[in-house]
Ligand binder design. Structure first.
Ligand SMILES: Nc1ncnc2c1ncn2[C@@H]1O[C@H](COP(=O)(O)OP(=O)(O)OP(=O)(O)O)[C@@H](O)[C@H]1O
Length: 638
């Protein structure tokens, strides 16, 4: 089989060209003929080939001078004229389940066909196997009734069948409000010509809503970002790292930072971050503090408190434990892993090699846009408020400990770790709801102020030259932003708390909310279009159910006949095409395009060719869809 272009004829009639050669005919037994001997397909379909004298390489037998006569079902000879006469008299193909009656050809012409009786059908066993040379038998489409026309379902037969099609639990139990509407609809429309809406409403194709305005939180490369994330989760550890195979159920450790070179201290300790796979198969971050000896089990109490906090701007804390698996006394705290995360330092401050843009040297790190900074401020302030309300100080508001986990999405990482490391058994234990000491609130606010300043100046040491840093802020950012930084860094006071900051940034919160909602609308739209993927999987599953069922192999009512034959040829059309050199065409876009059209049931027609190339069917996607629906309904009826 090869690619064939869609017939250009404007006629809506769908014709079947019946095989006109007797078994054993040389044409039939040599499907792979030399192209010069092979009859031009245009002759078969249209009766003529407009390229006959313009280089068409196929054979063009001379036309008969007189119109062919005699019964089309009894070809005089395997000649072209007989084939043409058959094509003229070919009945209109109407899928069994199609509710639309054929309008052509006229009855008299159809009657010229020799109608086959049911007994005739049963005496011509279909090919039990789907072999290379199996031929299409048009008689299977011709029932004993209906004057030789194809047996379309009458109104009486369609209704019960359509109702029986209702194999989906969703249609009734999940959408009780839709079902009466559907049934009511049947009363209004005359069935013989009406479009019958299938009760399986999940077949409906709905376009996603129009795109909302671009959101500050939605990456323009969302799809590739997500793919990258899922890929990164599965990266394998480099060999020779000499890491423990397993600790506390976590395995497959991969360091997330360099284990050599200059390392910053985490207080008095060195910390290392690993990605690991947990017992539940999910990825986690293990932050290990080397050479730490836990003196009091009660030091883990803040971890328990932190593990109860679920906030969109705080990396979730799972558990903490000590281990000797690294060959020392290590403290390990497990957090949720956010693939492709990077610290604020890496994203905005880390020096980069100078870049030339339009012949000019660009600053190594451009200033963070004010909109982005406000968003960061709102998010970090939200996380701080959540922690403070739970009686916990964050103590980790630092550009190296706040990570960017998505487009402008921040999360404070390493929460709880400082509490364990600096645990003091003499200090009063903190319980949820119990206010935290004022000095810790002030500490958090000052850390926050330093972080804002560092981001404004792209410099971690911005505080060391406070005056100059303030000038940079004044130069590049609004007075409101500067006031927020100053509020955080100003003299601590008993009544100074993070809630006051929200009073200062009121209108910025609204911008943030609008952006979040736009982002949600966008994601819902994306989700809706992803739902449509399931339609194609459902279609593929139906093909799998229908095609070449071994238990029906010898059943003339089922196997390779009728609607199923169309489906089989369609399957070949979608998946088994070959190019001019006979090589398989593996084109996913062809498959997707065909399946989408099939699911939508478009009027576009395609030409299906049997494997022996002796039969050609011109059908619309709508017809094939009806065939699939009826064959599947028959199957699911049991
Ligand atoms: N929860 C997390 N999910 C994914 N990656 C994380 C997570 N927490 C931290 N990381 C990543 O681990 C790496 C190391 O984190 P770390 O906090 O040690 O930063 P750092 O810049 O190396 O700081 P330090 O020098 O203090 O160790 C960073 O690239 C960070 O993005």
């Amino acid at each position: 089989m090869a690619f064939f272009t869609r017939p250009q004829s404007a006629s809506a009639a769908v014709k079947i060209v019946a095989p006109s050669v007797a078994p054993g005919d040389s044409i039939k037994t040599s499907p792979k003929k030399d192209s010069t001997q092979r009859q031009c397909r245009n002759i078969l379909i249209y009766g003529s080939c407009k390229f006959q004298d313009k280089g068409c390489i196929y054979s063009h037998p001379s036309r008969p001078t007189t119109p062919p006569s005699g019964s089309a079902s009894q070809p005089e000879s395997p000649s072209v004229s007989a084939k043409l006469s058959q094509a003229v008299n070919a009945p209109v193909f109407v899928p069994k389940s199609s509710p639309i009656p054929p309008t052509s050809p006229p009855l008299s012409r159809a009657q010229a066909q020799t109608p086959l009786t049911a007994s005739t059908l049963s005496t011509s066993p279909p090919a039990s196997d789907y072999d290379e040379n199996d031929s299409y038998d048009p008689t299977y489409y011709v029932p004993s009734d209906n004057n030789g026309l194809y047996n379309i379902y009458t109104a009486e037969s369609v209704v019960p069948q359509m109702q029986a099609l209702d194999v989906d639990p969703f249609s009734k139990s999940y959408y009780p409000q839709i079902q009466p509407e559907y049934e009511q609809g049947l009363e209004y429309y005359p069935l013989q010509s009406a479009f019958i809406r299938q009760p399986l409403d999940y077949h409906l194709y709905s376009l996603p809503p129009p795109s909302p305005p671009p959101s500050h939180f939605i990456s323009p490369t969302l799809r590739t970002d997500l793919q990258l994330r899922s890929e990164i989760i599965h990266t394998a550890p480099a060999p020779g790292l000499n890491l423990p195979d397993e600790l506390q159920g976590y395995h497959t450790l991969v360091p997330l930072e360099s284990l050599t070179g200059e390392r910053r201290k985490f207080g008095n300790w060195y910390s290392t971050v690993y990605r690991a796979t947990g017992k539940d198969g999910r990825a986690y971050v293990l932050r290990r503090v080397s050479d730490f000896r836990l003196m009091h089990q009660a030091a883990f109490q803040p971890i328990e408190q932190w593990s109860r906090i679920r906030h969109p701007n705080i990396v979730a804390v799972h558990e903490a434990f000590t281990t000797r698996s690294f060959g020392d006394n290590s403290l390990v705290v497990a957090y949720t892993y956010h693939a492709t995360a990077q610290t604020l330092y890496d994203a905005h401050i880390k020096p980069r090699p100078p870049a030339f843009v339009h012949g000019r040297v660009q600053p190594t790190q451009p200033h963070v846009p004010e909109r982005t900074l406000w968003s960061y401020i709102v998010q970090i302030a939200g996380a701080m408020k959540a922690a403070h309300d739970q009686g916990l100080a964050v103590r980790m508001i630092d550009v190296t400990k706040v990570i960017v986990t998505g487009r402008n999405r921040l999360r404070i990482s390493s929460c709880g770790l400082a509490d364990v490391l600096t645990y003091n058994p003499t200090s009063p234990s903190r319980l949820p709801g119990v206010p935290i000491p004022t000095e810790q609130i002030q500490e958090d606010l000052v850390m926050f102020g330093k972080l804002i300043l560092a981001l404004c100046c792209n410099n971690v040491a911005a505080m060391s030259n406070f005056g100059k840093s303030l000038d940079v802020v004044t130069q590049h950012y609004s007075a409101d932003l500067k006031n927020v930084a100053l509020f955080c860094l100003s003299k601590p006071g008993v009544h100074k708390h993070i809630g006051q900051l929200f009073d200062m940034i009121g209108s910025r919160l609204l911008t943030e909310m609008d952006d979040l909602q736009n982002g949600m609308d966008y994601l819902e739209g994306e989700l809706l279009s992803e739902l449509e993927n399931a339609r194609l999987v459902r279609l593929l599953a139906k093909f799998g159910f229908i095609n070449e069922r071994p238990e029906f192999a010898r059943d003339p009512r089922w196997s390779e006949t009728g609607d199923r034959y169309i489906i089989k040829l369609f399957r070949d059309y979608v998946f088994h095409q070959v190019d001019e050199r006979g090589r398989p065409v593996v084109s996913l876009s062809h498959v997707l395009s065909c399946l989408n059209k099939l699911d939508a049931g478009t009027d576009e027609r395609i030409m299906l060719v049997s494997r022996d190339e002796q039969s050609v069917l011109v059908v619309s996607y709508k017809d094939v869809k009806a065939c699939v629906a009826s064959a599947f309904a028959e199957l699911s009826k049991g």
